[in-house]
Design a protein around this ligand. Sequence first.
Ligand code: DAH
Length: 338
Amino acid sequence: MDTIRTQFATELKAVQTVKDVEALKVRYLGKKGLVAEQMKRLKDVSDEERPQYGKKVNDLRLEIEGALEKKLHSLESDELAKRLEAEHIDITLPGRSRFVGAAHPVTHGMEEMLKIFSDLGFSIQVGPEVDTDYYNFEVLNFPPDHPARDMQDTFYIEPGMLLRTHTSTIQARFLEQSVPPVRIVCPGRCFRNETISSRSHVFFHQIEGLCVDVGISMQDLVWTLTEFVQRLFGRDVSVRFRPSYFPFVEPGLELDISCFLCSGKGCALCKKTGWLEILGAGMIHPQVLKNVGIDPEKYTGFAWGMGIERSVMLRSGMKDIRELSENDMRFLKQFRTC
Ligand code: DAH
């Protein structure tokens, strides 16, 4: 029995898992185990030694049982500790935030402007980016070889086909098919063969606007565009109209707002002039109305066109137009609006 005891002690030391404990239990305490074998010898022991022998075997069984139980407990708590360690969740770690997209500043700016015009009763119309020389120039009173064509360096796709240089193309496309009253705004991308710099790019966005009806006058133009820029830039800005030239309007003019950064005193944004140029406009030239089959004796109208990037940049303090098409998320994220 002492041999069994020492053998058990050695084997117990080698035990590493709960399974090992169970195997040991079977080997020592099972029906055919080593302790049971000792018990079987009881009948061969003399009567007077039997009680003592029986007690010894029993003690051995209890001892082994106790040791196995203890081992089992310690293994179980070791395993639990290991599992807890492995499955440890650090609730103090910052959560993984989800990336939520937002509209590009140009898209956002465009939507804001369209919303203002839509509130003023204008509907939205779009047209193709690849268009004909006719809609881009000719119908708008730019005859072939007219020097005003040089104002807009053009990408030609083939003779007579080009990438539109302005969204004014939609004027004639729409008027041809309509009977006034017409009140539309036309957003879209335009292209010009310009040297890319911080101030100009080969593609950019514009909104063209158009209002044609009986009795439309310069007063309507002035009110509509003043209302628009004040809704966009704030009621504090003042507005000035300067005479200008565009072949498709007469008279033609440009609208400036007082610089909202320096309130007109003169700063780097307005180049010390106190004014910021926002858009071109004018009363639609009678020839343009004739070209699209509208009687200029009966109807008059005004039109305007403006760059979206420019307003977006002015309002957000961006310095370089190229940033708006390079899609550097680190840059764009600064201007997220939702
Ligand atoms: N299309 C002109 C441009 O891109 C802007 C413009 C000026 C549009 C006067 C108009 C207008 O409708 O009346 O420079």
